[in-house]
Design a protein around this ligand. Structure first.
Ligand SMILES: Cc1cc2nc3c(=O)[nH]c(=O)nc-3n(C[C@H](O)[C@H](O)[C@H](O)COP(=O)(O)OP(=O)(O)OC[C@H]3O[C@@H](n4cnc5c(N)ncnc54)[C@H](O)[C@@H]3O)c2cc1C
Length: 310
């Protein structure tokens, strides 16, 4: 007998919102979520900039663009319905030289095609909106907002459970066996039998695909991003999210100043290849070992000298 009709792997924002949507569409079906960590939003979802993006960056007619535009409205509606605080603070993408200004104008044209509410500001208008930010031009995106995605996930867990679903923590999916009319999802201590499986495993998605004996058609290149928090006494220095003009050759939005929903301001994220970070950790370890070895050797020599003198 099936444990559930739909089993979702991963209690990040994607897994939980998928499970919640399934419950809305199929109220008679049993929806379960399995998560390897002890609580929801443990990985990427709980460590992002907390921005509800307005969709200015993505190519028109792409799924990303469609999801981002509809997602902007859907997240705000969800927060409104369930009393989750969000702030429509708006965002400024700031150009500091003429090349960036040209890229900014292209972004503005794309945003206008998508019917996104924007305004191009000159230096003077930028100074009026943000006295502490210097640039030659800026794109103002009023629909960008901020939220705490962990709170959204907590609410989703609560809702899924209230609607007879289950969110099971501390269960790592280790193997998957697909049969004609069900899927066996094997964790260390338990096996779950589901009608359908939806994998929302974030950066581990390729591993989950491999569990089915299929070589994934994509590969995940992990990057580590660090944020710094500005001292609280400077929390009133900016009024909007402040972004640079993205470098079209890089898949990142650039280091930005983010107003967080708790009032703090962060700077980040950096982007370091995980392989490089690991290499740096190894190099530090080697240096530490070398240092300990030299210190120990010096101590032993010192001890032997003293011993001989006596
Ligand atoms: C630096 C940075 C900043 C960002 N800022 C923003 C932002 O401001 N706004 C925005 O909208 N987006 C932002 N994003 C993107 C956004 O954070 C991600 O797209 C989103 O969080 C992905 O959610 P997810 O559910 O797919 O993944 P995750 O949150 O990583 O969830 C996947 C879950 O699957 C679980 N899992 C994996 N394997 C298994 C297994 N075998 N068994 C059981 N469980 C498993 C993991 O433990 C994890 O909890 C940012 C991304 C980055 C990198």
């Amino acid at each position: 007998m099936l444990d559930c009709d739909f089993l979702v792997i991963g209690a990040g924002i994607i897994g939980l919102s998928t499970a919640w949507e399934l419950q809305q569409r199929f109220p008679q079906k049993k929806v379960w979520v399995i998560e390897k960590e002890a609580h929801e939003a443990f990985h990427q979802t709980g460590h992002n900039s907390g921005v509800i993006h307005a969709g200015i960056y993505y190519p028109p007619d792409s799924l990303k663009s469609d999801f981002c535009l509809r997602g902007n409205q859907a997240i705000k509606a969800f927060c409104g319905e369930f009393n989750i605080p969000f702030e429509q603070c708006g965002k400024l993408v700031v150009a500091t030289n003429t090349t960036e200004k040209q890229h900014l104008q292209q972004l503005a044209i794309r945003a206008a095609h998508l019917d996104i509410n924007i305004a191009l500001l000159d230096q003077h208008a930028l100074k009026q909106k943000e006295p502490n930010i210097t640039g030659i031009s800026a794109l103002f995106v009023p629909d960008s907002a901020i939220v705490n995605y962990r709170l959204i996930c907590q609410k989703l867990v609560e809702l899924i459970r209230q609607h007879n679903g289950r969110v099971i923590f501390n269960q790592t999916v280790e193997a998957i066996e697909e049969k004609t009319d069900n899927v066996a999802i094997k964790c260390i201590t338990k096996t779950f039998l589901a009608g359908k499986l939806i994998a929302c495993a974030g950066l581990q998605s390729d591993r989950v695909v491999s569990m089915l004996g299929t070589q994934p058609s994509f590969s995940i290149v992990p990057f580590r991003g660090d944020y710094y928090q500005i001292s609280n006494k400077h929390n009133d220095q900016i009024n909007h999210l402040i972004y640079p003009v993205p470098d079209p050759n890089l898949p990142f939005l650039g280091i930005h100043l983010t107003k967080m929903i708790d009032g703090s301001i962060t700077v980040g994220p950096s982007a370091a290849s995980i392989l490089r970070v690991r290499l740096m950790i190894h190099q530090c370890l080697i240096l530490k070992i070398a240092w300990t070895y030299l210190a120990l050797k010096a101590y032993i020599l010192c001890y032997i000298n003293t011993y001989h003198q006596h």
